[in-house]
Each structure stands twice: as structure tokens, then as C-alpha cells.
Design a protein around this ligand. Structure first.
Ligand SMILES: Cc1cc2nc3c(=O)[nH]c(=O)nc-3n(C[C@H](O)[C@H](O)[C@H](O)COP(=O)(O)O)c2cc1C
Length: 284
């Protein structure tokens, strides 16, 4: 794969990879390229507040997979997953088109199809562990992590990362720049990546990960990713989603002041990202 993929091409193709990767280990050259490119990101006063843990040890990956699966089960069973994220779930193309945001749960086992809205609705309590969906989601989550060739954990220096303070905001901004670079460079290498956020959402499991990785107290664990080379034949998870839709420039941008629409010439200008001449339009 051409490492020098055109920037717009990498942006067009970038996606969360929520299918299994090829078992092939990530080459050392590629790991080095990923770290060196990501850390070209801007940071306030060039503070470089991020550190990384590359995890390839099978036993640790298995332990992380177990923690991720357990976290998903608990978040579902306790209702936290649904109550926190219900507003992002979409169950049809029409519902998705209304907001052009959120995730469309488009892959659901046959027996759950008529009930899927119920599974992801508030106030159903534990209803048979949400009709078995929590067990399926937990198994999917464990399996997809245990079969990954590499995990990447990112930590931030707590001297810089102080939530609620300006330095906390600045550290979050540079973290985003680092992550987007990882995402674009993995895309250019025919690799994929996926956030594994569930362990960070269950307090004792977050601590288990910090212990497993020997993260010093001075650093805050802020993100965990799966990474690997894409496998075009990989099967989808039992319950799965897509989220390629985006709001339009007119929905997102105001002109000179809040509430004033952008000029029509801007709204209808040729899209250099999506025009036919730039190859397949993969927006939808
Ligand atoms: C802070 C953050 C946390 C996320 N956590 C998860 C996660 O736990 N699992 C997952 O599959 N995707 C996760 N995502 C990915 C988003 O769901 C995804 O970026 C969004 O749906 C758009 O899809 P795309 O990345 O394919 O364009 C996360 C993204 C961000 C920025």
C-alpha cells in the first residue's frame, strides 16, 4: 500500500474499523511511522503531554479483552450504556437521515430485530439482560479485542491534563490532533483502528487496565485503540452499526455571526472532497 496516499483520499476513506483485523503483526517500521507522524501534532508550548503504550503481548491483550467484555456487560446490564448513549442510536435509514448523526444499528440477529428498539430504550431495566443483547455485545467486544494484533493506549501527563482548567482543554485538543493523525496514517497503510472505550467507563475496570499496563500515577489513561491491517473478508459483529453520515456544511457553519447562513456561492461550491472526478463517492 502506498504510504504517500493523497491526504484527501485518506480523509475520504478513514473509518472506524469495527470488524476483526488480519492476525499479521504490525511491522516495526509502521509502528514507528505511526508514532513519529502522530507526535508531529501541535501541543500547547510544545508540551507533548502524551505518552503511548504499544501492547502486543498476547496475555495482556487477552486480559484487556476480558476487561472490555466485562465492561460492556456491566454497562448494558446496569443500564448506563443505554441511558448515556440512547440519543445517538438510530434504527432505520430514515431516522438516520433526520439528523445525519449518531450510529445506525443496521446489523441485528433475526430474533432481536423486532425488539431492538426496546433493547436500546430507557426504562426497560434489566429485562432479561436486555433480551440477551448485553451477552452478545459483551462477547462481540471481548472477541474483537482478543483477536487484535496490537492495542495502543494513550496517557496524558496530569501536570498538563487538568479537567476543568484551560490546560485540560489544551491537552484534550492536542490529544485529538494526535488521534486523527493515527487515524489518517493507519488508513494510508491499509490499517484500521477502533476506540475501545468501555474499560474507561467502568471505574474499577479502568484501574485494572492501569495496573495491567503499570501506568504511573502521574499519567491519566485517556484512550485505548485496537489497530491492525484490514481484512477485507472479515465478518461483522453480531450486533453492529454504521455511521458514515455527516451533517452538511450549511447545517454546521454560520457566517460572520451566529445565525447567519453561509453565502450560497460557498454552500454550492464544488466539493473537492466528494466530486466524482476524485474517485468513488463513498460518502453514503
Ligand atoms: C472519544 C471517542 C470515543 C469513541 N468510542 C468508541 C468505542 O468505544 N467503540 C467504537 O467502536 N467506536 C468508538 N468511537 C468511534 C465513533 O463511534 C465514530 O468515530 C463515529 O461513529 C463516526 O464513525 P467513523 O469513525 O467510522 O467515521 C469513539 C469516538 C470518539 C471520538
Amino acid at each position: 500500500m502506498n504510504v504517500n496516499m493523497d491526504l484527501l483520499e485518506a480523509i475520504r476513506r478513514r473509518r472506524t474499523t469495527n470488524t476483526p483485523f488480519s492476525p499479521e503483526p504490525v511491522s516495526n517500521e509502521h509502528k514507528r511511522l505511526l508514532i513519529e507522524t502522530a507526535t508531529r501534532a501541535p501541543s500547547h508550548f510544545n508540551s507533548q503531554p502524551w505518552r503511548f503504550v504499544i501492547i502486543e503481548d498476547k496475555a495482556r491483550i487477552q486480559a484487556m479483552a476480558n476487561i472490555a467484555g466485562d465492561s460492556m456487560k456491566r454497562l448494558m446490564d446496569e443500564g448506563a450504556f443505554v441511558s448515556r448513549y440512547r440519543r445517538y442510536f438510530r434504527f432505520s435509514k430514515q431516522e438516520t437521515a433526520k439528523t445525519n448523526s449518531g450510529i445506525y444499528i443496521d446489523n441485528v440477529p433475526f430474533f432481536l430485530r423486532p425488539l431492538i428498539k426496546l433493547v436500546f430504550s430507557d426504562n426497560v431495566g434489566n429485562l432479561l439482560s436486555r433480551l440477551g443483547a448485553s451477552r452478545i455485545l459483551a462477547r462481540d467486544q471481548r472477541k474483537i479485542v482478543e483477536n487484535t494484533p496490537m492495542l495502543l493506549a494513550i496517557v496524558l501527563d496530569k501536570q498538563e491534563y487538568k479537567p476543568g482548567e484551560l490546560s485540560g482543554l489544551y491537552a484534550s485538543i492536542t490529544l485529538g490532533a494526535v488521534i486523527q493523525t493515527f487515524w489518517l496514517v493507519t488508513t494510508s497503510l491499509n490499517m484500521g483502528m477502533q476506540f475501545i472505550s468501555t474499560p474507561l467507563e467502568v471505574k474499577d475496570n479502568r484501574e485494572r487496565v492501569e495496573t495491567l499496563l503499570h501506568i504511573p500515577a502521574q499519567y491519566e489513561l485517556v484512550a485505548i485503540f485496537r489497530m491492525g491491517y484490514k481484512d477485507s473478508n472479515a465478518a461483522r459483529n453480531t450486533i453492529d452499526w454504521t455511521s458514515n453520515q455527516r451533517k452538511s456544511i450549511t447545517d454546521l457553519v454560520h457566517y460572520n455571526e451566529w445565525g447567519t447562513a453561509i453565502p450560497p456561492e460557498l454552500a454550492t461550491a464544488r466539493s473537492l472532497l466528494w466530486d466524482e472526478e476524485h474517485g468513488t463517492n463513498t460518502r453514503n
